[in-house]
Design a protein around this ligand. Structure first.
Ligand code: ZN
Ligand code: ZN
Length: 510
């Protein structure tokens, strides 16, 4: 794996048990009204709880924005007005396609392709969708992206689905994106059957979204307008939570930083005074960031590697490089954290006399799942399969959180990203060889069909129920959105240093 190929991804979100932290919901009736949503009664599993105040300075932590949903009135479910027969039609149709969809999933799993190189997967999946009679646009805005759609009647709303199918370098489909892919395909198949049979007007769109594991494919598709016109969008991801349990949880925003130090080479024994040592700059920067870590908030994550430490021991290194990931609960907090970290590189360059080139990728946002979409998903998989869904829409200090480029989708339109647990060896969840194997099991696929049914049922509700669609739109509009200065790469750097303010072909993780 090259230094620029950096697997990240949503990965597993495993909550800790037994902490019991958190305040009760502002409205005690909120949970009982969600009785169809089987949030467990364990204290640690409370829905929508607020972390206890830690008493520290929150200057770089936009926790106010994390609290925003707590200030909203509880969502009043009106799902009894929805068409349960249509849900059942979707469920039956999905299960009727289980065998060929599993074959497709297994083919993807054993033919892994990394981001933007998913050419075989693109061909295989679009061929299946065309064979099923969908309108399919291959190479949609990106070479390995696609768009499949179905419209019934005239008018109605548009529901979006995302299928990922990229793999990880070295470990293949260790994040289970083969399952994500067929969940999206199954969901559009299920929705189409229900829309036809029950005469539900509207459109369902399935986007094939490349390069989630480093490459920010969804950011590129967003910028290209691929999500334009969608009233809501969802996808589902497998993880290592207990099998047969589903969840809706936040993620961390993330940005990648590349630091290249340029010195002057010299013979390390004969004339070392003639050189400027780039490796020394790397050493100082690593030390400075490590020292700063004690003053960072526990929710911040700054982790990096040395990607180039010089060419030979008898040459003063004239080029040395580092790569860091900066993560925090919100996009704004990542920007604040980034501005703390970059001076560590600048100071190291100044101390050694090196020139510094900083490169950042586009900012990947945190997930802003919309509550009614999450509740409706939980209600559907609960009713149809008895599946329990753990919902926590806020930053959870006890959860192991990663990142996903779907976070940017949730900032752009009403969206939700459920996870579903598949059986795996304890401690061997996403990004392990064992999880790639787990994503081939029969049990994993049974769980995938449940997730697909949940997505299809929510989608039917979005296209069929105007009041529901308005509610998710209202909720989404209340979410704290980033401003222009948050969205791009770093705008400036210290005078005298080399600065590249934009992406240079390097891609970061999600
Ligand atoms: Zn992953
Ligand atoms: Zn993943």
């Amino acid at each position: 794996m090259g230094s620029n190929a950096t697997p990240g991804c949503f990965a597993f979100l495993r909550r800790s048990r037994g902490t019991g932290v958190g305040n009760p919901p502002a409205d005690p009736g909120a949970l009982s009204r969600r009785s169809h949503t089987p949030h467990t009664s364990e204290p640690a599993l409370r829905s929508h709880y607020v972390p206890e105040p830690c008493g520290c300075s929150l200057a770089s932590h936009d926790l106010a924005s994390l609290q925003i949903r707590e200030e909203l009135p509880p969502y009043q479910s009106v799902r009894e007005a929805f068409n349960k027969d249509a849900q059942e039609t979707a469920r039956i149709e999905i299960l009727a396609h289980a065998d060929p969809l599993k074959d497709l999933s297994l083919w993807l799993n054993v033919h892994p392709e990394i981001g933007y190189e998913e050419h075989k997967a693109h061909s295989k999946v679009t061929a299946y969708l065309k064979d099923q009679g969908f309108d399919v646009e291959e190479h949609y805005k990106l070479d390995t992206a696609f768009r499949a759609s179905y419209t019934h009647g005239k008018g109605g709303r548009v529901f979006g689905l995302n299928s990922e199918y990229d793999a990880l370098p070295g470990v293949g489909h260790a994040c289970g994106h083969n399952l994500i892919c067929v969940v999206g395909v199954a969901a559009i198949i299920g929705m189409r059957a229900a829309m036809k049979k029950h005469r539900i007007d509207g459109t369902v769109v399935l986007l094939g979204t490349p390069a989630e594991e480093g490459g920010e494919g969804k950011l590129k598709l967003l910028e290209a307008g691929a999500y334009k016109g969608m009233d809501a969008c969802m996808m589902a991801h497998p993880d290592g939570q207990p099998a047969a349990q589903h969840s809706v949880l936040p993620s961390l925003a993330i940005q990648s930083i590349w630091a290249d130090f340029h010195g002057i080479p010299a013979q390390a024994s004969a004339q070392p005074w003639e050189g400027i040592n780039a490796l020394d700059a790397v050493h100082l920067a690593y030390g400075a960031i490590s020292a700063m870590r004690q003053q960072l908030h526990p929710s911040d994550r700054v982790h990096g590697i040395i990607t180039n430490g010089g060419a030979a021991a008898n040459i003063i290194p004239d080029l040395a490089s580092m790569k860091y990931f900066v993560r925090a609960p919100t996009a704004k907090a990542v920007v604040a954290l980034r501005e703390k970290i970059i001076p560590c590189f600048e100071a190291a360059a100044k101390a050694t006399g090196c020139k510094l080139k900083i490169t950042t990728d586009e900012l990947t946002y945190d997930l802003r799942n919309v509550a009614p979409l999450a509740d409706e998903y939980a209600a559907c998989v609960g009713d149809l399969y008895g599946t329990k869904t753990y919902i926590n829409l806020k930053y959870d200090p006890n959860a192991a959180l990663a990142s996903t480029d779907f976070g940017n989708v949730t900032y752009a339109l009403p969206s939700c990203h459920p996870n579903f647990g598949i059986p795996t060896i304890n401690g061997r969840a996403n990004h392990t060889y064992e999880f790639a194997k787990a994503a081939r099991s029969e049990e994993a696929h049974e769980e995938a069909w449940r997730a697909a049914t949940g997505l299809a049922c929510v989608g039917l509700r979005v296209v069929a129920d105007g009041a529901f669609a308005n509610e998710i739109k209202r909720r989404s509009s209340l979410a704290d959105k980033p401003t222009a200065h948050v969205t791009g790469a770093r705008p400036s750097a210290a005078v005298g240093f080399l600065v590249d303010p934009g992406p240079t072909g390097r891609v970061g993780p999600t």
